[in-house]
Design a protein around this ligand. Sequence first.
Ligand SMILES: *[C@@H]1O[C@H](CO)[C@@H](O)[C@H](O)[C@H]1NC(C)=O
Length: 172
Amino acid sequence: MVKFLLLALALGVSCAQHQNLEVSPSEVDGKWHSLYIAADNKSKVSEGGPLRVYVKHLECSDECQTFTIKFYTKVENVCQEHRVVGRKGKDGKYITDFSGQNYFHVVEKADDTMTFHNVNVDDSGKTNVILVVGKGESSSIEQKQRFEKTAEKYDIPKENIEHLVTTDTCNQ
Ligand SMILES: *[C@@H]1O[C@H](CO)[C@@H](O)[C@H](O)[C@H]1NC(C)=O
């Protein structure tokens, strides 16, 4: 019996670590701003990197079976607007094309922030990316610390965390 409980506990903990949070349109729809981004391949999210995304607006529909993201990227300092639609797959992750294939989901949510994990697959391979977006245009020390914990969870070095607020010059 004790063994069984320990097993249940262990499973519970491992699920909690990589949970797939359900979100509803009322939590998602609206304006958002990228606060921090990190990837195991840092050059993907550094300045000029293809996955350095400045989120502007999120929307989900059909009970969040689809998830629409409006964002900018900067190529040679020129802002380019993008709109991608993720469709929920069987495993609960959203699938969309952008700079390869992407499999993303919400891993944390709070009143004013939402954190995503994305797996990007392109010609150079697989990249793990985490991104936190906020309702406000500034970020706090506490949000940064929480994001560092999330990075740790996904084996992304702390040094790979990029602050996006200061370089967000698109659509001001
Ligand atoms: C890291 O990203 C850069 C930029 O996209 C790419 O050229 C490189 O091949 C990637 N490295 C690895 C190990 O995936």
